[in-house]
Structures are given as structure tokens and as C-alpha cells.
Design a protein around this ligand. Structure first.
Ligand code: F6P
Length: 358
């Protein structure tokens, strides 16, 4: 028996741990694993793949990125922007089927975010047995309490805040740190809280500048002359909304630049020297944390179990410290966003963090 695996969408720490888990568990069952290169593109005839030898993948657990390569564009895009679902052309799906048939692959493990899993559902409907593994640093997939990659991204943010805090202190500055997360504020919220930010701005809580000014001035009055502000790339400016770079080829807007805009306005309103720092792809690179290594390995092993049990069209999910599964359709229905009244947000408010809304 042969199964296939591919990563699709943006990379994130922990992808190799999933490959490690899948290959290890499949090997125990006597199955061979074919790894497709560069996401779904590897399925196009004649197929771009490698046979994953269990003895050769034992060292990949700790590696960032993915040994298979990935892409967030190409022939199989099924989701662009917020909620825009497109149909992958039939002839492309047929080509993928031909490759899988020729290689005698009985099931495909798709490791991806909502876009890739939406593509996965379309392949499934066309007769390809798939199982999904949720991946994204953004942590914005419904039906799983956590995606792997998120914890590593948060730990990079915390490390950066620790460093930026000392220089902000030395210069008595406001430091604005822009973090990733697309339209969800998870990285900003968790990274900001764990990194001791004083102000956190996220897409789910509309903000204005007056409360931020007050928070900075209140700190000044107490003799605290530096302030750390974390802003999610998807946070909307009060007057002009989302800040984007040029439109990408897939017609999805690339987010970025809100940190600079927030810093300029804070400087203007408070008269304080203010700097901004965008963490960008640092959050996607590097070795996975121990949590992401564990999640990745457990998700990979569970994906093989789903195939063994014939639970196609299901995605591995993480709930209450337990790895289980849900129908992929449920997982991609809508994004998982930060609830403005959730316990974590209330906790942040309780320790004096300002969200710019009051
Ligand atoms: O979805 C993961 C993510 O890192 C987002 O947080 C970010 O907006 C986007 O991907 C960046 O994509 P790219 O690597 O194409 O610039």
C-alpha cells in the first residue's frame, strides 16, 4: 500500500514533524509514503515526488520549513482572500488523478490551512481519498483548538519583544511591533500578552488612537517612559481600514504596513519618539518549539490512523489536549477568530493591557 503527502500554502515550523509522524506510522503498517514537492503542483504529470525513506527522515523533526517544499499559489488555488471560494479547473483535478493512479497512491495527506484544505475537499469530491492536517502560524482554523506552527511563531514574537523592550526602555520610546496573523489576532494576542506588551491591537477589536494616547500618558505619569505596542497586520486603522502591500498574483491582498502607520500617529499625538519594527517572515522560520514538534508528530500519526480507519474527508483536530478528527468541511467553513469577550481578552484587560477600544 502506498499513500501520498504534500504540504501546501505558507510554510511553518512543524511541517517536518508531521512528515516524520506520517512516515513513521505508515512504516509500522508496511505502507510506503510518497512525498509530493511544492504543494499540489507536485501532482501534475509526470509528478514531482520523492519516496520518503523512514531511515532518512529521523533527523527532520527539529528542522524548520519543509523538506518537500510548498507554495501558496499555482494551479490548485481554491480560496483567495476572505471567503472567496473558487473551483479548481476540472482538467487540473483530472491530471492529479492520473498521477495518483499511475503511482498507485491510495490516499493523500494534505497538510495545509483553509485554502489548501478547501482544495482538498474538491479533490475528495472528485474521487481522491484525502485526509487533512491543519497547519498555519495564524491559528485561524475552526474545529481545532490549535494548529501547529502557532506556538513557534508566538515564541519568536515573545523573544523579539524581550529584545525590543530593553532598547525601548533605554531610549524612553514607544515601540510598535507588527506581527503576522492575516485577519486573525491570535499571534498578536498571545505574543503580546506573553511578551509583556502594554497595548495590543487586533482585527477583532476595532480601535481608535485616543485610548492608546491615554494609556501611554498614564504610564508616563507613573514614571514609565517606554511603551510596547503590538499590532496585528490585519488590524484596521480607524479611518482607512486594512493596510496592504501590492495585490499578490493570486488576487489576495498582502497585508503589511499598519505598524508604521500606527507608530506615526502615536508620535504625532503624544510627541514621544516612536519606532516600529515588523517581524515578518521571522515568525515563519526556524526550528519548531517542543509543543509544535509534539503536535506535528501526533497529527502525522493520527492522519495515518484516519486513512487506516477509512475516515476520508476528515481533518485531524486538537481539542482539550486530545488529538481527534472533524469533517474538513466543518474546519474550512469559517475562520476561527479571537472572541472579543473571551477569557483570554478579559485576562489581558485585567492586567491592564489596552486594546485601543476604551
Ligand atoms: O498565513 C500565514 C502568513 O504568514 C500570514 O500570517 C501572512 O499574512 C502571509 O502568510 C504571508 O504570506 P507570504 O509568505 O506569501 O508573504
Amino acid at each position: 500500500m502506498r499513500i501520498g503527502i504534500l504540504n501546501s500554502g505558507g510554510d511553518c515550523p512543524g511541517l517536518n514533524a508531521v512528515i516524520y509522524g506520517v512516515v513513521g506510522a505508515a512504516n509500522k503498517l508496511g505502507w510506503e509514503v510518497v512525498g509530493f514537492r511544492d504543494g499540489f503542483e507536485g501532482l501534475l504529470p509526470p509528478g514531482d515526488y520523492t519516496i520518503l525513506d523512514p531511515d532518512k527522515i529521523s533527523e527532520i523533526l527539529k528542522l524548520g520549513g519543509t523538506i518537500l517544499g510548498t507554495t501558496n499559489k499555482g494551479h490548485f488555488a481554491a480560496k483567495v482572500g476572505e471567503g472567496n471560494v473558487m473551483q479548481v479547473p476540472e482538467e487540473i483535478i483530472e491530471k492529479a488523478k492520473t498521477t495518483l493512479k499511475l503511482l498507485e497512491i491510495r490516499a493523500l495527506v494534505i497538510v495545509g490551512g483553509d485554502g489548501s484544505l478547501t482544495t482538498g475537499m474538491q479533490l475528495m469530491k472528485a474521487g481522491i481519498p484525502v485526509v487533512g492536517v491543519p497547519k498555519t502560524i495564524d491559528n485561524d482554523l475552526a474545529a481545532t483548538a490549535m494548529t501547529f506552527g502557532f506556538d513557534s511563531a508566538v515564541s519568536t514574537v515573545v523573544d523579539a519583544l524581550d529584545r525590543l523592550h530593553t532598547t525601548a526602555d533605554s531610549h524612553k520610546r514607544v515601540m510598535v511591533v507588527e506581527v503576522m496573523g492575516r485577519n486573525a489576532g491570535w499571534i498578536a494576542l498571545w505574543g503580546g500578552m506573553a511578551g509583556g506588551a502594554h497595548v495590543i491591537l487586533i482585527p477583532e477589536i476595532p480601535f481608535t488612537f485616543e485610548p492608546i494616547k491615554k494609556a501611554i500618558e498614564a504610564r508616563e505619569a507613573k514614571g514609565l517612559h517606554s511603551t510596547m505596542v503590538v499590532v496585528a497586520e490585519g488590524a484596521k486603522l480607524p479611518d482607512s481600514g486594512l493596510v496592504t502591500k501590492e495585490k499578490s498574483t493570486s488576487s489576495e491582498h498582502r497585508l503589511g504596513g499598519v505598524g508604521e502607520a500606527v507608530a506615526a500617529k502615536i508620535a504625532e499625538m503624544t510627541g514621544k519618539e516612536t519606532r516600529s519594527c515588523t517581524l515578518g517572515h521571522l515568525q515563519r522560520g526556524g526550528s519548531p518549539t517542543s509543543l509544535d514538534r509534539m503536535l506535528g508528530t501526533r497529527f502525522g500519526v493520527k492522519a495515518v490512523k484516519l486513512i487506516e480507519d477509512g475516515k476520508f474527508g476528515h481533518m485531524v483536530s486538537y481539542q482539550s489536549y486530545h488529538v481527534d478528527s472533524v469533517p474538513i468541511e466543518e474546519a474550512v467553513e469559517k475562520p476561527r477568530l479571537v472572541e472579543p469577550d473571551s477569557e483570554v481578552v478579559q485576562t489581558a484587560r485585567a492586567v491592564g493591557i489596552c486594546f485601543g477600544d476604551r
